[in-house]
Design a protein around this ligand. Structure first.
Ligand code: ADP
Length: 317
């Protein structure tokens, strides 16, 4: 009898480290999410140990590990890395078969990923240069409202989102939130209005790749019920709920590790190299220092920046 084997997917993001153990059938066997102060190899080691413990699998049974996320090159023991775009698409397509649009909102960036009928990346657009429309924006809101990030969504759902929120910059938004509260606006109304405004930014991102259904949200912000509600309303279509959206990227990495372990990944094109090239091109298209923004963004992305279509090899897993 052959011994059962496992693989691992690790997503080292900007605020959290996520690790999952996937079995030989592609099923998720254990996962862990560790909150970080800053990108940290120690936190990722804790997430890896936590996922192994949750799965009840010793680390010598892990046949292959693939990393993803902002800090993917820092993951100890990773055999290979792929971008979050590839991994979120793969994870979302496994968690919700048939998905066509993935909206991934993490701690410091947001992405709209169009997925084809085979669950492969077709096009994507990303905002990684402005905190507006990212988890950080909600973190700033929660801090200004003095509520826990896990409670800010419920609070927003109890308010009305019709206040004008002019500042879409995280730096200025805190001041604006405090000023609205000082004018006697309720925390719930302020929270709802900020969520509505952020959803409009997400719509701008989606407009660059095109709308498609079914839609799912991945990343930590997908745990926020008001973020899901206002994004669905802005899109004018329902969002399908994923149980554990924050580990979608790590799960996608785990499934890619399984493909490779099984020898199914024989693609002539190194998909990560393609995506990295796109990301490098993207990084050189403008400033990251808010120099041309007074806190009121009229463009969904910096002027001149366009969606980055990415043609990936036709990879079946
Ligand atoms: P990254 O991969 O960049 O580290 P994540 O995908 O883990 O980011 O998302 C982090 C963001 O998710 C945080 O900035 C926060 O806004 C949001 N978030 C995390 N946990 C919760 C929660 N329980 N409820 C609502 N939002 C959450």
């Amino acid at each position: 009898m052959t011994r059962e084997w496992f693989v691992m997917g690790v997503d080292l993001g900007s605020t959290t480290a996520k690790a999952v153990v996937v079995d030989q059938d592609g099923a998720l066997r254990g996962a862990d999410v560790v909150q970080m102060g800053a990108v940290s190899p120690a936190a990722v080691a804790r997430a890896i140990a936590g996922a192994l413990a949750a799965a009840g699998v010793p680390d010598d049974r892990i046949g292959r590990t693939i990393s993803t996320g902002y800090g993917r090159k820092l993951v100890p023991g990773a055999d290979r890395s792929f971008t979050e775009i590839t991994c979120h698409a793969r994870g979302a397509a496994a968690l919700r078969p048939g998905v066509r649009l993935v909206i991934d909102i993490g701690g410091q960036d947001s992405k709209a990923i169009l997925v084809d009928e085979d669950g492969l990346v077709d096009r994507f657009a990303m905002n990684d240069r402005c905190a507006s429309g990212t988890g950080r924006f909600f973190d700033v809101l929660a801090r200004a409202l003095e509520v826990d990030i896990a409670a800010v969504g419920e609070l927003a759902l109890s308010g009305s989102g019709d206040l004008e929120v002019s500042s879409m910059c995280a730096t200025f938004a805190e001041t604006e939130v405090i000023s609205l509260l000082a004018q006697g606006r309720s925390k719930a109304d302020v929270a709802a209005s900020v969520h509505r405004a952020v959803a409009a930014r997400t719509l701008g991102l989606v407009a660059q790749v095109g709308r498609a259904s079914p839609v799912v949200m991945t990343g930590g912000v997908a745990k926020n019920p008001a973020a899901r509600h206002f994004v669905a309303r802005a899109l004018d279509r329902p969002l399908e709920f994923l149980d554990r959206p924050q580990i979608a990227g790590a799960y996608g990495a785990g499934l890619l590790a399984r493909d490779e372990y099984l020898g199914q990944a024989g693609s002539p094109v190194d998909r990560d190299a393609v995506a990295d090239e796109q990301a490098a091109a993207w990084a050189s298209t403008g400033n990251r220092d808010c120099l041309d923004c007074n806190g009121v963004l009229e463009h969904p992305l910096p002027p001149g920046a366009t969606a980055l279509p990415i043609e990936l090899s036709r990879h079946k897993g």
